[in-house]
Design a protein around this ligand. Structure first.
Ligand SMILES: [Zn+2]
Length: 130
């Protein structure tokens, strides 16, 4: 079996970067989750529609919740929610997606390491014979 070590190390490096990206996204998710209060001193009211289809109007409701993940895209629009319950559902979903992805990458790194260690054992065995 011929192994390209630099290719394998490159692959592991990419996986490590993907993992870092996911860790940052998870942190960002927690940090970007905030409770907001509607300003009551403005003449014009504004509204948005929550994921649950509830329309939230600034001169009716007092508070809303936002989740913003704008690290990579500063222009990305924050998601708004009518209640903590709705925001929590979204947060949980996102956290799950990221966790599954994180597990997949960890597993892939483990496999890469396994292949590498196996190759190393074979290499040592060949060296000892000669
Ligand atoms: Zn809602």
């Amino acid at each position: 079996m011929h192994l390209n070590y630099s290719l394998m190390m490159g692959l592991d490096y990419n996986l490590m970067m993907d993992l870092t990206d996911i860790e940052l996204k998870l942190e960002e998710l927690e940090a970007g989750y905030k409770k907001r209060y509607f300003r009551k001193d403005t003449k014009r009211s504004w509204s948005f529609k929550c994921h649950c289809d509830e329309k939230v109007v600034s001169n009716v409701a007092d508070e809303y919740f936002i989740v913003s993940m704008t690290r990579k895209d500063p222009n990305a629009i924050s998601r708004r929610f009518c209640s903590k319950k709705c925001a929590d559902i979204y947060i949980d979903e996102q956290r799950n997606v990221l966790s599954v992805e994180r597990e997949r990458i960890i597993e892939e790194r483990r496999k890469v390491r396994e292949v590498y260690e196996e190759a190393e054992r074979k290499f040592i065995a060949i060296k000892e014979k000669s």
